[in-house]
Every structure is written in C-alpha cells, then in structure tokens.
Write a protein that binds this ligand. Structure first.
Ligand SMILES: [Fe+2]
Ligand SMILES: [Fe+2]
Length: 508
C-alpha cells in the first residue's frame, strides 16, 4: 500500500500507492457484425420459456436464434429450430456518454421442455455465437435449486466485479439465475459501463438467466437541461424480461415462478403506490411455498444518513401480512442482514430466537464501499444480525422443498454469513442461524483501508483543529498541479474540503 518516492523534497518518504484506473478507447465498446452482450433470462414460467438478447452493429438488421435440446453428440443441431429475432435499433449517438448506434436482437424461446438442458446460438445467418447451454426449471417443484443474488455492481465494474461474479460461478455453477438488485452501472446511459458489465460477466450472462431490476443509478437525465431522470436507454433494448409488470413499468417490475418459489422484482425508483397494489395482488394470489421480493432501495438501511421511510411504511405491512420470506436489496454499498419479528410489528425477544418474519438483506458486489450506520436498526422494528463493511459479496440461495439456505460469500469465496429458513405449516418460519460457520465480521477498521491513509498524526491534528468532525474521503493526489492529500471533513451536514501537503500539514 505504501510506496517510496524518490524525487524532490519528498525523497525517501512513504506515500500512498496511487491506483491507475483503466482507460478505454471508444472502439472498445463499439458493436460489430458479430453478436456480443448475449444475455439469457427466463419467462414467467421458467420451466417452459426463456429469452435471449444480443447486440450487433446497426448493419445487421435480420437476426436469428437457433435452439436444440443439448446432447453429448456434437451434431445436436440436427434437431434445432430457428427463430427469427425481434430487432430494435438503439440510436443514442446524440446522448452524452452513450454515443452509440447499435441493433439489439431478442428471441423468446416458447414451449420448452421442463428440466431440460438446451443449447442455443445467435447470429445473422452467417456470423454465429458459440452454442450456449442452459437448463429449464423442472416441473417437480420440490427439487433442490440455487440462484445467485448480488447488490450494486456500479463501480469498478470490469476491474473488480469480474472477479466477484466469476467466483460466484465457481461456488454455484448450477445456479439457475442471478438477481441483480439495481445499480448495475453508475451512469444509466453510459455505454462504456454497460460494456464493462457485459465483459465482466462474459458468457455467464448467456448461461445463467439474468433477473435485473433498476436502481437509482439506472435513472439519469438524458441532457443536462432535462428536468426528469430517464431509465437507462439501454435497459429495454438489452434485457428481455417477463412482460407481466404493472402498466408503464414493464421489464423494470416483473415476476417469475421458479418451482415452489415466486420471486417478484420491484422498481423502487418510481410509482410506489401502483406497485404496492400490484405486489399485494401477486402475494395474495400465489400458492407458492416461498415468496421472495427484490428491489433496490432497502426498507432498513445499512448505511448512515439513509432512510427510505415512505417506501418502508408502504411495503413492510404488505410483506408482513403475506409473510414474505426474504427481501433482497442494494443501494447502501455495505452488508446488512436482519429480520422482523413474526406476525407482529414489534420485536419480541422470545420469538426472535428461532422464529422469524421476513428476513431483509442489503449487499454490495462492486468496488465502492460505504460505512455502516452506527445504531444498526434500532428504532426500526427490526433486528440486524450480521453486517460488513469494505467487502465485496455474492449470495447463493438454495431452496429444497421446505428449506431455504442463504449463504453470503466474499469475493475470495469465504463464507461470510449463513442461515436457514424452515417452513412450518401454519407457523412462522423457523430461523436457524449459522454464524458459527462464517468468518469473523469485517469492518473498515480490520481490513485494508478503503480511503488513502493519511501520514501519521495527521488525523489527530485535523480533529483537534476541527473538533466534532469526521475525516472522510481522503484522497492522495500526485499530478502536475498538486502533490498531497484532499480531505473531506463532515459534521452533521456541515462539510469542509481541505488540502494537505505530503506531510499532512493543512494548506491554507
Ligand atoms: Fe449504488
Ligand atoms: Fe443506489
């Protein structure tokens, strides 16, 4: 982390290492005549329907997918069928940060056989992708299956989300789909960031179905003058999702019934009332054993200064009433997992030991990290059981009949958090904590510093000069204009931006 510099008056002094972020040529993200950004999703019934979407240059205006039941014999394609794609032109040449013209192609595979491994490829009739395999859900609803869930990807996507998503594939290669709980990119319409997202996941995106819902970072103004934020222009072109959401929210709110589970994705950015009615209907009418809801803005925030009160007061009573088992969220760039008491709105210490209402999780998968809120969830009618800072995580959720196992893993594959939920007829879920299997809790204080470290004694002298402030956002800068530290001090909404020299002395 520390590196010696050997020039000027800083000779021999230990200065923080400066990270060289990658730069990308514009060509790097340009579409070609060959299919790229291939992404699989399932339909509302994943035992019979799946979709694939891909991108080419705008020259390719006719495209196809071929699909066959996969066999070990290489010429399984003799049994393939060919389906013409729906092609849409994505013209964002005039949009800042997008600046691209491409065609997207999508196909719904209808009438698939359940529990079957298929191989598909996509192309224009001459240029084809490789054959990519996936499996439909079985009809037998009690069979064991797993899926993955990741929080915000958003920052350092190619650099750091790549290792996370690849590790998740190693841990759960048979996972059937991946829940992306919003903030897949930082700047909604930014073409380079979407390219990073597709590159980081590579062929995993075409192999394991994507279940993405948008976060606040998928909404940005199209122009600096625009008064409203717009959904990422790429979103509807590049994902083909169940078209079963509320009117006006198609493909940003939708649901899927996977075996004995109903999973509902909500768009927490917009139209809350409409979605409250919609989710209540979906929860009330399903006879599935397991009910899981995912959206971006958490009901119980993991980080300081964040509270989605209106959203929580709207949704929590519905989740309580219909006994939602698990809620998967993002937004806070840290990890927090906890639960509410069963069948009531206040905590009951006796019940909480082994019975539980809805379990709530916030997680983060990309490289940007925030601090945890200081008071956990006190005053929020919920109990936070486990938390992390400064840790990239992915989650493997396994359902087998009446048991749900939740496991959270770090980017290097260590088990960070685990619990089981057991369904009991007519009773709240039994909660089985598995903290004893997990590694020690991680915080900024016991991990590699996220911010650049200040010289010894500098923090103390800053705080004695500015009592009550907290030192945030320390950044070591070494360019043609400045060598030293840029520091942000925060105190209850007040903020100071300071510059320090290499020795930590405040520059006036
Ligand atoms: Fe985020
Ligand atoms: Fe967010």
């Amino acid at each position: 982390m520390l590196v010696s510099v050997t020039f000027g008056k800083t000779f021999g002094q230990q200065l923080p290492r400066i990270y060289k972020a990658p730069e990308f040529d514009v060509e790097w993200r340009q579409p070609t005549n060959h299919p790229d950004r291939i992404v699989l999703s399932y339909g509302e019934d994943p035992s019979t329907t799946a979709s694939v979407t891909w991108r080419t240059s705008s020259e390719i205006d006719t495209a196809y997918a071929e699909i066959a039941i996969a066999t070990a014999a290489p010429k399984f394609w003799r049994n393939a069928s060919t389906i013409k794609a729906v092609t849409t032109t994505f013209d964002a040449l005039e949009i800042n940060e997008a600046e691209v013209l491409a065609n997207y192609h999508s196909v719904w595979f209808p009438d698939l056989k359940s529990g079957t491994t298929y191989a598909y490829r996509v192309g224009d009739g001459k240029r084809w992708s490789e054959w990519i395999q996936f499996k439909t859900a079985p009809m037998e609803s009690k069979d064991r299956f797993s899926f993955l869930y990741v929080g915000d990807t958003q920052n350092f996507i190619l650099e750091l989300w790549s290792r996370l998503i690849r590790e998740s594939y190693k841990k759960a290669p048979d996972a059937r789909f991946i829940v992306h709980a919003g903030d897949l990119v930082n700047n909604a319409h930014n073409e380079q960031q979407w390219q990073e997202w597709f590159d980081a996941g590579g062929w995993i995106h075409g192999t394991i179905g994507a279940f993405p819902i948008p976060g606040n970072h998928e909404y940005r103004n199209l122009t600096p003058e625009a008064s409203e934020r717009s959904l990422s222009l790429q979103w509807k072109h590049q994902f083909t999702l169940p078209d079963n959401g509320p009117e006006g929210l198609e493909e940003t709110a939708y649901f899927m019934d996977y075996q004995n589970m109903r999973i509902i994705g909500l768009n927490s950015n917009v139209d809350h009332q409409k979605q409250a009615k919609w989710v209540e209907k979906l929860l009330s009418e399903t006879d599935k054993d397991w009910k899981i809801v995912t959206f971006h803005h958490p009901l119980f925030s993991a980080s300081d200064g964040r509270d989605n009160k209106e959203w929580r007061e709207l949704m929590k009573p519905i989740f309580d009433k219909y006994e939602v088992d698990l809620v998967l969220q993002g937004h806070d760039h840290s990890y927090a997992r906890g639960r509410v008491s069963p069948n009531e709105n206040v905590l009951d210490g006796v019940n909480m030991r082994d019975k539980t209402g809805t379990v709530y999780v916030v997680s983060v998968s990309g490289g940007k990290m925030y601090g945890l809120r200081k008071n956990a969830w006190e005053g929020y009618e919920a109990q936070r059981d486990r938390a992390a800072e400064n840790t990239q995580l992915f989650q493997v959720i396994t359902i087998e009949n009446d048991k749900l196992s939740f496991e959270s893993y770090t980017a290097v594959g260590e088990l960070y958090d685990a619990f089981d939920l057991i369904k009991k007829a007519g009773q709240p879920n039994e909660f089985v904590g598995r903290d004893n299997e997990a590694i020690a809790e991680r915080r900024f204080s016991n991990t590699i510093p996220y911010q650049d470290p200040l010289p010894e004694g500098a923090e103390e002298s800053l705080l004695s000069r500015y009592p009550g402030y907290e030192v945030n956002g320390v950044r070591f800068v070494n360019d043609n204009e400045f060598i030293g530290y840029k520091v942000r001090l925060d105190k209850e909404g007040e903020r100071k931006e300071l510059s320090l020299d290499v020795n930590g002395k405040i520059l006036e």
